[in-house]
Design a protein around this ligand. Structure first.
Ligand code: PBG
Length: 353
């Protein structure tokens, strides 16, 4: 049965050309273009919007003295020193960005097979968390829980005989998360894809009296080639070499599996869940939001950002417009918030109007 709004309306004088059946539909009584005619009416009927409050800004911090280092595969994104990081995060807060995600660039001598540095209370990530907390206390701080910045082999977990060890890795992740909590992190974000880590992390945090620390689970995280520029930025590409993460990150072919991953993380106590990457996985985002009605974040990853920037630099695409169009696509698909390297730039543009 057709829906009421699709029921044909008697067409007045303008009938079908002789010899053809009357046109279906409601034209000319219904003209969709009326609601697109001026800016004010388009604004009035817009179903989705992007605000600075929808954005999370991922930032790269390095331990050196140089305030800013360019990242060639991510034009406009820089690795920041601790001092510059605090300044920039203050600016982000002023522009209304509610949270940042901190990613440390760990020098090779501090990396090891067993990633001890991940649990060092004074490691770069924890120093960055403390510095932001004391200088910009009103901004939320998110930090990855995963070993890849700290392992000499570039994997997110511990490795033995070329295999990633699940349960042994989770023990280290717990110590890493507790050190971050101690430093003042607001949200720990396990991005490692080990089985069972959300539940064990929750237990470890609660056991340490840190029921206040939230868990944002990278629940549906795919083994994606779109992470390339990120691995340049944090220097894990060389460590990983020809290796890949397909024994723990998801196969891009699957969506039912994403729902199972999310169901487990929700049951284990995740406060928020994430789909990653973003634009190539909008169908996953849509299904996840529909199915769980959880606070759902999406990560516009480094490769997505790099593609838009590269095309814009060549004059092939309008960089600003394609970026905004990508962000609204995430909202349409059900994202509550979006991690994007362009968060500050977008917040600035939105403020300027
Ligand atoms: C680490 C991590 C990665 C990203 C976020 N956390 C890379 C990876 O899993 O290899 C990718 C982010 C991006 O590409 O922007 N576990």
């Amino acid at each position: 049965m057709s829906k009421p709004f699709l029921r044909p309306v008697p067409t007045p004088s303008r009938g079908a050309p002789a010899g053809q059946p009357a046109a279906p539909g409601q034209y000319p009584r219904v003209r969709m273009r009326r609601n697109r005619a001026e800016g004010w009416v388009r604004a009035l009927v817009a179903e989705n919007r992007i605000g600075a409050e929808d954005l999370v800004w991922p930032v790269f911090v390095h331990g050196g003295a140089k305030a800013r280092e360019a990242i060639p595969s991510m034009p406009g994104v820089e690795r920041l020193s601790l001092g510059a990081l605090v300044d920039e995060v203050g600016r982000a807060r002023e522009l209304g960005v509610p949270a940042v995600a901190v990613f440390p660039v760990v020098p090779p001598p501090l990396k090891s097979e067993t990633a001890e540095e991940a649990c060092n209370p004074d490691n770069l990530a924890n120093r960055a968390i403390r510095a932001i907390k004391s200088a910009v206390p009103e901004i939320g701080i998110i930090c990855d829980v995963a070993l890849d910045p700290y392992t000499s082999h570039g994997h997110d977990g511990l490795m033995r005989d070329n295999r990633i060890l699940n349960d042994e890795t989770i023990e280290v992740l717990c110590r890493q998360a507790l050190a971050q909590a101690e430093a003042g992190v607001d949200i720990v974000a396990p991005s490692d894809m080990m089985d069972g880590r959300v539940g064990v992390l929750r237990q470890a945090l609660d056991g340490a009296g840190r029921e206040d620390v939230r868990i944002l689970s990278y629940a549906a995280k795919y083994a994606s080639a779109f992470y390339g520029p990120f691995r340049d930025a944090v220097g894990s590409k060389a460590s990983l070499g020809k290796g890949d993460k397909r024994t723990y990150q998801m196969d891009p072919a699957n969506t039912d599996e994403a729902l199972r991953e999310c169901a487990l993380d929700v049951a284990e106590g995740a406060d928020m869940i994430m789909v990653k990457p973003g634009l190539p996985y909008l169908d996953v985002l849509w299904r996840v939001k529909q199915e769980f009605a959880m606070p759902t974040l999406v990560y516009q990853v480094s490769g997505e950002y790099a593609m838009l920037r590269a095309a814009a630099e060549r004059g092939w695409l309008d960089g600003d417009k394609t970026l905004m169009e990508s962000l609204i696509a995430f909202k349409r698909a059900g994202a509550d918030a979006i991690l994007t390297y362009a968060a500050v730039e977008v917040a600035r543009r939105l403020k300027a109007g």
